[in-house]
Design a protein around this ligand. Structure first.
Ligand SMILES: Cc1cc2nc3c(=O)[nH]c(=O)nc-3n(C[C@H](O)[C@H](O)[C@H](O)COP(=O)(O)OP(=O)(O)OC[C@H]3O[C@@H](n4cnc5c(N)ncnc54)[C@H](O)[C@@H]3O)c2cc1C
Ligand SMILES: NC(=O)c1ccc[n+]([C@@H]2O[C@H](COP(=O)([O-])OP(=O)(O)OC[C@H]3O[C@@H](n4cnc5c(N)ncnc54)[C@H](OP(=O)(O)O)[C@@H]3O)[C@@H](O)[C@H]2O)c1
Length: 531
């Protein structure tokens, strides 16, 4: 379902603005159409038409090694490393460096697409959030205004096959959910199943599944109450409630909302709203301001509902590693989803997509979905090759799929799984299946790391070091290594452990061991799916 259709004059005549304010807001929103796909679901080509044309920059420095390509590095440090580089490289450095594909690209390709004007949306980097969107906006401004004579026709829109990208989703039916933690766990992780029959979609193991969630009904009600607006207020042929439910993000309040609020307030409140719109934090609460909290902070503003909606970000899809193989689950796909919930003050904040899957969607509901093809995350072409899979927490998801696939295909290669989580009694996902595979010999080796069973934290990388000799033996026999899960800490620590294992047991200097692991990566023998 799409939301608000294009609004020719973006601010309605009935909105409570002076002519001067209306003109300013119309100009402002027209200017940010290319930044906000919720305002007007433009095609890439339409959005690109709104962008200034530029003289092409010097060829991107493809061989500069992209030293900023590290998801654990803060954005300020990444931009410092990219200083003096061509604009597309600096745009790449502004991305979150996870190559997570949620924007529909990897980080480099998203930057190149913006620079070459094939992509007009600057707010697609989910893990980069507001910091990345702000930096892209600044860099985009460097591209300058078009000279009329230089204006070139906009590129043709790239439309994927149905269900193959976030821009062309299809319908799948939600079947069921089952909790994977036992009562008493501190985590809330779910096995989720969809029926793909209606969509005709297929996938291969390693791919991810994109879903379009809806916002929590109680949160929508609270926003409606804070707006003091009727739920059935008409917006582009839909009701305000519907648009708040599936059209716009109610999570971090965007700069645009604060800018909008600054026009509706005066005095100190105006100054604060302006400061927040500029990325400053006058009261030290900026990080906690979702849309509802922003409305409550500036209570009593009574914005025009249509203009308010225009000031919000689009509700973006989220992707999840596929945890099933079609070979053993024809017409179905499963996911392994950790529900994100955390408290700010006396309100529980909900991760929109994970809690949609973990608690709101009902069996039989039709959901917009797509398959996001994996880039460099796939089983070895040779089924006889050994594989080592390292996946703590929900990182286990793609490896369940790998194991199912190799079982169904009778692949002779040995399989070694590292799984870790908080407590063995509560958080051993798919315990029966894994134990059965271990018993049958399909899972050649299963190494477990429980971080909260004892005083001392045991993580997967500790187990890797303990078992370094055997790991090295598998690697020297051509094993492919995979890691999945947390990008910020775990993936880095696992790579460090791997380098240490290669140095110790492969009898190499630390530098040679690092080069060895880098070569494994280059040759697609060390692959990561991290987020
Ligand atoms: C390729 C890929 C594969 C993935 N696979 C999986 C998977 O298999 N399983 C899985 O569960 N997830 C997976 N994810 C993550 C998933 O896409 C979502 O990011 C995740 O479910 C959260 O989305 P959400 O909409 O529920 O939360 P959002 O509404 O996006 O909220 C999450 C945001 O809330 C904030 N937040 C979260 N916790 C806290 C806290 N304690 N305190 C303060 N702020 C906080 C952070 O800003 C965080 O970014 C994957 C991501 C990628 C890119
Ligand atoms: N965007 C989102 O909001 C979102 C949603 C889901 C997941 N994630 C991220 O994805 C990751 C996966 O989450 P999850 O629920 O599957 O599990 P998780 O929180 O990563 O926990 C899985 C296991 O990994 C351990 N661990 C923590 N730090 C580690 C490290 N540096 N190296 C190795 N292991 C480490 C945890 O131990 P302890 O906890 O005991 O230290 C736990 O035993 C999370 O880290 C989370 O940040 C993000």
């Amino acid at each position: 379902m799409s939301i608000t259709p294009r609004i020719p004059s973006l601010i309605p005549e009935s909105a409570p603005f002076t002519p001067e304010q209306r003109t300013w807001l119309n100009g402002l929103f027209a200017g940010i159409i290319s930044l906000d796909e919720s305002v007007t679901p433009l095609s890439n080509a339409e959005a690109a038409k709104l962008l200034p044309d530029v003289v092409p920059a010097p060829a991107a420095e493809a061989d500069d090694g992209a030293p900023w390509h590290d998801p654990a590095m803060p954005i300020a440090d990444r931009m410092k490393l990219a200083e003096g580089k061509a604009l597309p490289r600096r745009m790449m450095a502004a991305m979150a460096q996870q190559d997570c594909s949620q924007c529909g690209y990897n980080c480099k390709d998203y930057a190149d697409a913006i620079f070459s004007k094939k992509e007009g949306r600057l707010n697609l980097c989910v893990p980069g959030g507001k910091d990345t969107a702000r930096m892209l906006k600044t860099l985009f401004a460097e591209m300058g205004a078009p000279a009329a004579a230089e204006a070139a026709p906009a590129p043709a829109p790239i439309v994927s096959a149905p269900g193959r990208s976030r821009d062309n989703p299809v319908i799948a039916t939600f079947i069921s959910r089952r909790r994977l933690n036992k009562e008493g766990s501190q985590k809330d992780t779910w096995h989720i199943e969809f029926d793909l029959a209606e969509s005709g979609l297929d996938y291969i193991v390693g791919d991810s599944f994109g879903i379009f969630p809806t916002n929590d009904g109680a949160l929508v009600d609270a926003v409606l109450a804070a707006l003091a607006a009727p739920a059935d207020f008409p917006i582009g042929g839909r009701t305000l409630r519907d648009v708040l439910t599936d059209g716009v993000s109610l999570s971090p309040a965007p700069d645009m909302l604060f800018q909008f609020i600054s026009y509706l307030t005066g005095g100190e409140r105006k100054k604060k709203a302006k400061a927040l719109a500029e990325g400053r934090d006058p009261d030290g609460d900026a990080a906690t301001l979702d849309v509802l909290a922003a409305l409550q902070k500036f209570s009593g503003i009574r914005p025009d509902p249509e203009a308010f909606i225009e000031a919000l970000d689009p509700l973006q899809p989220r992707v999840y590693s596929i945890s099933s193989s079609l070979k053993s689950n024809p017409g179905r796909v499963s996911l392994t989803v950790d529900a994100v919930r955390y408290a700010v003050g006396d309100r529980t904040r909900l991760g929109v997509a994970s809690t949609f899957l973990a608690s709101r969607v009902k069996p039989g509901d039709k959901i917009r979905v797509y398959v996001q093809k994996a880039q460099h995350f796939a089983l070895p072409a040779d089924p006889g090759k050994p594989i080592i899979m390292i996946g703590p927490g929900t990182g286990l998801a793609p490896f369940r799929a790998f194991l199912q696939e190799r079982l169904a295909a009778k692949a002779p290669g040995p399989n070694w799984l590292y799984f870790g989580h908080q407590r063995s009694d509560y958080d051993f996902f798919y315990e029966d299946e894994l134990k059965e595979m271990r018993k049958s010999g399909h899972l050649t080796r299963l190494t477990l790391a429980w971080s909260r069973d004892a005083e001392e934290k045991i993580y997967v990388q500790h187990r890797m070091r303990d078992e370094g000799r055997d790991l090295w033996d598998w690697i020297s026999h051509g094993a492919h290594i995979y890691v999945c899960g947390d990008a910020l800490r775990m993936a880095k620590d696992v790579e460090r452990a791997l380098i240490d294992v290669v140095a110790e047991h492969g009898k190499r200097s630390p530098e040679d061991a690092a080069r060895f692991v880098a070569d494994l990566k280059k040759n697609d023998r060390y692959q990561a799916d991290v987020y």
